[in-house]
Structures are given as structure tokens and as C-alpha cells.
Design a binder for this molecule. Structure first.
Ligand code: SAM
Length: 261
């Protein structure tokens, strides 16, 4: 992949870097994974905070620079690899993740980390502001969608800091936000099948402005008519998906037949 496509916007404001590592709440001596260390601005503070750091960087030139700068430090381990395909199960367990993620793959890597959530204590991630808006949004907010439901189903979401584009070089076109995702011990709501739950959620948001009775038409046979309006599991199907809480989505999916394609 070409360099300019690797999302290499480096943080140049060291006071923000210090603040990020402070907010990450690194447990001294505990395992930490940094994705995309770049030139090492966060890496240095992470090492100083006493974490046992594994850094994953794809760019061989940056990896060489990092080895030179931090190679002598006992708590520094570098893996030259692609974070998109990486097997996070190979890194032990109960580790903290800290990353200023490359924009082009940020959501993808974040979803992959959530997939490995049982191994991860928490993730402090810098992402595009508009992505964090979606992660943190609740019912009725315009940013609320299937990514919000997916993330909140598995994690608590805490917005920590806003970071202006001017804190980076080269300067990106958009601002960033720092968010902490902490995997929940069990999903936020109880569902009979997670696969089915997300199928219903994705269908409900498919045409954002459409009512549930249109987006869920594939399950039409299960619709119940009460006083001339359509309902399912007590939910009025003239509502839009964007007004439903995770508990509402759970009620819907637990009520709908799973065998449907
Ligand atoms: N942590 C540094 C900072 O805050 O200045 C760099 C952040 S920069 C936004 C993203 C970093 O991720 C770059 O160092 C880039 O080379 C690296 N990167 C991009 N794609 C990657 C991938 N697929 N796997 C691992 N690292 C990647």
C-alpha cells in the first residue's frame, strides 16, 4: 500500500499525547498494545507510564525508526504487521489498547478489536470525530445507527477528549476525538442469537428514513395488528429504527423468527 494511503497523520502536540496516555489509565507493569505507533509520540509516554508495550506498525521505515529509538527499552516490543489482519488472540489477555488509528481503517480495526473483546481490558482510541459521534449516539440522535448499536451492545463508550486537526502533521481535513471502549462482561441486552439480533438491527436501519414496517417487510408474517396499527413485541411499527433503544431491538429480534433469510 502506498504511504499516503496509510493514514499517516502524526500527532505533533506532545501535551495532547501526554493527556491521551494519562486518560488511558495505564496500569503500571500491565500489558499494553499500541496500533500504529508511527514516529512514537504516544509510544514514549506509554513506555514512561510503565506499561509492557507491544507496538504494531505496518510501515518498515517507521518500524526501523522505532527500533532505533526504543529498542533498548525492556518494556518495548515491536511487531511489524498489518493491524487489519492481525490475530489479537496471540497477544495474551487482559491488555489495554491505545491507538491513534489510521483513518482509512479505523472502523475496521475497531470492529476487529471488539471481536477480540474477551482478551481486552479497555481500548483508548483516537478516531475521526464523526465516527465517535456515531459510537456514542443514542436513540433519536441523527448519528445513531447500526454502528452505535453494535459498539454499545459489547462495550461501554466514554468520550474523553476532542483533538483539533491542527494537532497533527500533515494536517488532516477533519477533527478527531478520543474515546474509551470498555468491553462489558456480557452484552448489554439479552438476545437469543447475536447474529439474528444484528440482522434485525441492520434491516431496521437499512433505509434510515423509512418506518420499521417497511424496513422489516421480510418478517411481515410476524406483524401483529392492534387497533388498525402494526406492532411487534409491543413496538409500534410506524416508528423508525433510529428511535429504538438496544432493549427495543432485543425485544424485536427475540420475537422474530430466526430462520428468515
Ligand atoms: N501513533 C502515531 C501518532 O499518533 O502520531 C501515528 C498515528 S497515524 C494516524 C497511523 C499509524 O498507523 C501510522 O504510523 C501508519 O503507518 C500506521 N498504520 C497504517 N495502517 C496500518 C496497518 N494496517 N497496520 C498497522 N499500522 C498501520
Amino acid at each position: 500500500m502506498k504511504k499516503q494511503r496509510l493514514g499517516q497523520n502524526f500527532l505533533i502536540d506532545t501535551s495532547i499525547a501526554r493527556e491521551i496516555v494519562h486518560l488511558a489509565g495505564i496500569v503500571p507493569g500491565g500489558p499494553v498494545v499500541e496500533i500504529g505507533p508511527g514516529k512514537g509520540v504516544l509510544t514514549e509516554f506509554l513506555l514512561d507510564s510503565g506499561g509492557s508495550l507491544t507496538a504494531i506498525e505496518i510501515d518498515p521505515k517507521l518500524a526501523a525508526g522505532l527500533r532505533e529509538r526504543f529498542g533498548a527499552r525492556e518494556n518495548f516490543h515491536l511487531i511489524e504487521a498489518d493491524a487489519i489482519k492481525f490475530d489479537y488472540g496471540s497477544l495474551g489477555s487482559n491488555y489495554q489498547v491505545v491507538s491513534n488509528l489510521p483513518y482509512y481503517a479505523a472502523t475496521h480495526i475497531m470492529k476487529r478489536l471488539i471481536h477480540y473483546r474477551e482478551r481486552i481490558a479497555d481500548m483508548t482510541l483516537m478516531l475521526q470525530k464523526e465516527v465517535v459521534d456515531r459510537l456514542a449516539a443514542g436513540p433519536g440522535q441523527k448519528e445513531y445507527g447500526s454502528l452505535s448499536v453494535f459498539t454499545q451492545f459489547y462495550c461501554s463508550v466514554e468520550r474523553l477528549l476532542e483533538i483539533p486537526a491542527s494537532a497533527f502533521s500533515p494536517r488532516p481535513k477533519i477533527d478527531s476525538s478520543l474515546v474509551k471502549l470498555t468491553p462489558l462482561e456480557k452484552p448489554r441486552v439479552e438476545v437469543t442469537s447475536q447474529k439474528h439480533f444484528f440482522k434485525v438491527v441492520n434491516a431496521a436501519f437499512f433505509h434510515k428514513r423509512k418506518m420499521l414496517k417497511n424496513n422489516l417487510r421480510g418478517w411481515e408474517e410476524a406483524f401483529e395488528k392492534e387497533n388498525g396499527t402494526l406492532h411487534l413485541a409491543g413496538i409500534d411499527l410506524s416508528r423508525r429504527g433510529e428511535t429504538l433503544s438496544l432493549a427495543d431491538f432485543a425485544a424485536l429480534s427475540n420475537h422474530l423468527p430466526e430462520t428468515h433469510d
